[in-house]
Design a protein. Structure first.
Lengths: 148, 98
């Protein structure tokens, strides 16, 4: 699988996430973790907000996904991504982010369901699964058990 | 003039013949031969849809704002939409290449 036109997410992940926000296999996954990165860290790469971690009980964002937050003319907020074109909206940033994650989960589930009958949606699902996984990562259960 | 969600819904289901898929949000799906399915959703509120929110919707439909407005204002029909999506989708489907 190869990706193109996803330099902000794919390349930045490979290139240089600061240590503080790099996920390591022996660490538990932060819940719905959102962080921002200063653009100067990446030179030409425009970096805003990334989201990763748990978005639903059995669904994880395993590769940081870049999202944009904008304010509309009426003062409401919109959170969206440029890869899957999913958006969420709300009266404040938090509500918009919550709506975005619900929408992303719904989008994933709809594509997963349709992938069986549409080969193009199979490809889209494969791309989605580069960022989103339906089950805990290998070793995650063991980490949870150890902690318990 | 901003549109209401119900007006956009009428265009999606009436003109484009999109099928609704219910979840927390109502999604609309259009399947065209040889293309990835096209999906959009509408917000849960009934207020006017402002500029930036409208732009998210026409992006999901893979058309630019003027084309979307023509769909809404009845000057473009489903056939034109299908031709547009096949010839010049925006954003293109090839944003991600497997």
């Amino acid at each position: 699988m190869s990706f193109s036109l996803a330099p902000t997410v794919a390349d930045s992940n490979v290139v240089s996430f600061p240590k503080a926000i790099r996920w390591m296999p022996h660490q538990s996954i932060p819940t719905h973790h959102i962080f921002s990165i200063q653009p100067h860290l990446f030179g030409e790469i425009k970096a805003d907000l990334f989201i990763f971690g748990e978005i639903q009980a059995d669904l994880f964002i395993i590769q940081p996904l870049q999202v944009n937050i904008e304010q509309d003319e009426d003062g409401t907020y919109i959170v969206s991504d440029d890869l899957f074109l999913v958006y969420g909206n709300g009266d404040n940033k938090s509500d918009a982010m919550g709506d975005y994650t619900i929408s992303l989960v719904e989008f994933y589930q709809l594509i997963e369901k349709n992938a069986a009958v549409n080969p193009f949606d199979q490809k889209l699902l494969a791309n989605l699964q580069f960022y989103i996984k339906p089950k805990p990562l290998k070793g995650f259960d063991a980490i949870q058990t150890d902690r318990d | 003039m901003p549109y209401k969600p119900i007006e956009i819904e009428k265009m999606l289901t009436g003109k484009l013949k999109m099928l609704s898929e219910n979840a927390d949000h109502t999604w609309f799906k259009l399947e065209l031969d040889g293309l990835q399915s096209i999906r959009t959703k509408l917000p849960n509120h009934k207020d006017d849809i402002r500029d930036k929110l409208e732009s998210r919707i026409h992006k999901q439909l893979r058309v630019r704002k003027p084309f979307f407005r023509e769909l809404m204002n009845c000057t473009k029909h489903r056939l034109y939409y299908e031709i547009q999506i096949r010839d010049n989708p925006y954003p293109p489907f090839s944003v991600l290449i497997v």
